[in-house]
Design a protein around this ligand. Structure first.
Ligand code: 8DG
Ligand code: MG
Ligand code: MG
Length: 144
């Protein structure tokens, strides 16, 4: 770009599933501050969605995940935030490689801490893209 014009960026967010629960953390960020969101981050140049998901989860929580699958894509425009932004977000589902791993808060400047929440009893307030998905009836769990 070279002219400081804002451009859309690619985000990857991860539904890390454990039983009937998902991993969420309260954000400390100029986008979605104090709301509960999925682990995730920015897609790096040359990176696959699945590798980005595994890398971001490892960096933010220390957890090692597997069985990454692309679920859906959303177009999220944040014009009302302190830093106006636009993200195309790839949502990935995954599970823990070793199910007794415990999440650590490895980026305490970006998150208050991670915990498992029942999909039918999600904490409030949710980060609005996640709130919108939940409201629309989206369910990240595989059909059994
Ligand atoms: P990085 O420097 O580690 O790459 O980035 P990050 O600091 O971890 O980025 P992030 O804000 O966690 O994620 C990038 C963007 O993805 C975020 O600003 C907005 C978008 N995004 C959504 N929904 C979600 C979500 O549920 N979780 C996360 N982490 N990001 C989301 O639209
Ligand atoms: Mg990150
Ligand atoms: Mg992040």
């Amino acid at each position: 770009n070279g002219k400081e014009e804002p451009v859309p960026r690619v985000g990857v967010a991860v539904f890390l599933l454990r039983g009937k629960t998902v991993l969420l953390g309260k954000r400390r960020s100029s986008i979605g501050d104090s709301t509960f969101a999925l682990p995730g981050g920015h897609l790096e140049f040359g990176e696959s969605f699945e590798n980005c998901a595994a890398r971001e989860v490892k960096e933010e929580t220390g957890l090692v995940i597997e069985k990454m699958e692309v679920l859906t894509v959303t177009n999220n425009v944040f014009l009302e935030e302190p830093k106006p932004s636009h993200y195309v977000v790839i949502f990935i589902r995954a599970v823990l490689r070793d199910s007794d791993q415990v999440p650590q808060n490895l980026e305490p400047n970006k998150c208050d801490g991670w915990d498992w929440y029942d999909w039918n009893n999600l904490p409030k307030p949710l980060f609005w893209p996640l709130e919108k998905m939940a409201q629309s009836g989206f369910n990240p769990f595989p059909i059994d």
